[in-house]
Design a protein around this ligand. Structure first.
Ligand code: BGC
Ligand code: CA
Length: 347
């Protein structure tokens, strides 16, 4: 049964459970679910979309369940030490569930142990803990998307374009695809696997590729602009494709090209990941050739489903499609001008 089909029934069960747990009868005091959300960096474009969706969906859920959902958001500003303190505070404050977007995805063990000691279920998201840390406790979960999939879909966008009109991409006509790679934060699963799989998709399809340069720009638009400026100085218009691990950095590359005086027709073939609103605008404008939707709303919905279930003492598997008892995986989807309409917000 799909997640969507299962929900109405589990919502009723959950509402009853929550009321029973809180010892409240309908019409008396509204039961409250307290959720601590610890973010690695609140200003991250993708994560701010996840949080926005979470807050929107929570309002609807409050009405449906007759509960209050209190989200307490903490910004670690890229410091794991700060995040550990924020988690301590959430646990002291008596949160029913904590959601953690790790700063350092290899540092989950201490957080899992704290949550387990306090008996508070924990939902990691977007920054995937290593398996052995997640395995420390059966009440630790992860919501995310499979990083290699984003790379494959990004590679397919480029492969499609190459196969449809090789001459348009292969500007120097040498039969080889010259590219640069803008990487996310070192060590992030999405940076590592998107980088590997986008290129693999092309080489496995028999396309000869040449990497001109690659570097991390930490997911950040401004940093990507600087990298791209340097690459434009070194390689000029021999750059045929720009692979970017996310949209913000792809937009940064476009900024650099525009600042260098390139026309839209002169831009290399630039692709990103996330399908953020400004990236979708760039796809519409033709400056960004494609992106891969990182399902922020879907991740938010799964996080919320898990939080409600776990706070009510329900089985996680009754609320979400769980894999290996721990993982909720959302699908990535390729976005180009052809299917852009499906991703634009409704007017
Ligand atoms: C997104 C990036 C984001 C990163 C943060 C990735 O999944 O694609 O845009 O900066 O997560 O962890
Ligand atoms: Ca070429």
């Amino acid at each position: 049964m799909s997640r969507r089909m299962r929900r109405p029934c589990s919502l009723l069960v959950l509402a009853a459970l929550l009321l029973a747990l809180c010892g409240c009868a309908p019409g008396r005091e509204t039961p409250t679910i307290r959720v601590g959300v610890a973010l690695y960096l609140q200003e991250d474009t993708f994560l701010s979309t996840v949080v926005q969706s979470l807050e929107q969906l929570a309002r609807a859920r409050e009405e449906a369940l007759g509960v209050k959902l209190n989200f307490n958001i903490a910004d670690a500003r890229s410091s794991q030490a700060s995040q550990n303190e924020q988690v301590d505070r959430f646990l002291q404050q008596g949160c029913d569930v904590i959601c953690v977007n790790l700063v350092d995805r290899t540092a989950a063990a201490v957080i899992v142990d704290k949550a387990q000691a306090a008996g508070v279920p924990i939902v990691f998201f977007n920054r995937q803990p290593v398996q052995e840390d997640l395995d420390r406790w059966d009440q630790a979960y992860y919501v995310g998307s499979k990083a290699d999939r984003a790379g494959i879909l990004q590679g397919q966008i480029v492969l499609d374009a190459w196969q449809k009109n090789t001459a348009a991409l292969d500007r120097n006509g040498d039969g080889v695809l010259q590219y640069v790679m803008l990487e996310g934060e070192p060590g992030h699963q999405d940076a590592l696997l998107r980088t590997e799989y986008c290129v693999k998709t092309l080489t496995e399809a028999g396309v000869a590729v040449e990497k001109l340069a690659s570097n991390s720009a930490d997911w950040v638009r401004g940093q990507a602009t600087l990298r791209m400026q340097q690459w434009l100085e070194t390689f000029g218009d021999t750059i045929e494709v720009v692979f970017s691990n996310n949209d913000d950095m792809a937009l940064g590359a476009i900024d650099a090209c525009m600042a260098a005086g390139m026309t839209e027709a002169e831009l290399p073939f630039i692709v990103g990941v996330d399908a953020t609103p400004p990236a979708l605008e760039a796809v519409a404008a033709g400056t960004l050739k494609g992106t891969v939707q990182n399902d922020a709303a879907g991740q938010a919905e799964s996080i919320l489903d898990l939080c409600c279930a776990l706070a009510g003492g329900q089985d996680a598997a009754s609320a979400v499609a769980l894999e290996d008892g721990k993982y909720v995986w959302l699908e990535y989807t390729a976005v180009t001008k052809e299917n852009l309409e499906d991703f634009l917000p409704e007017a």
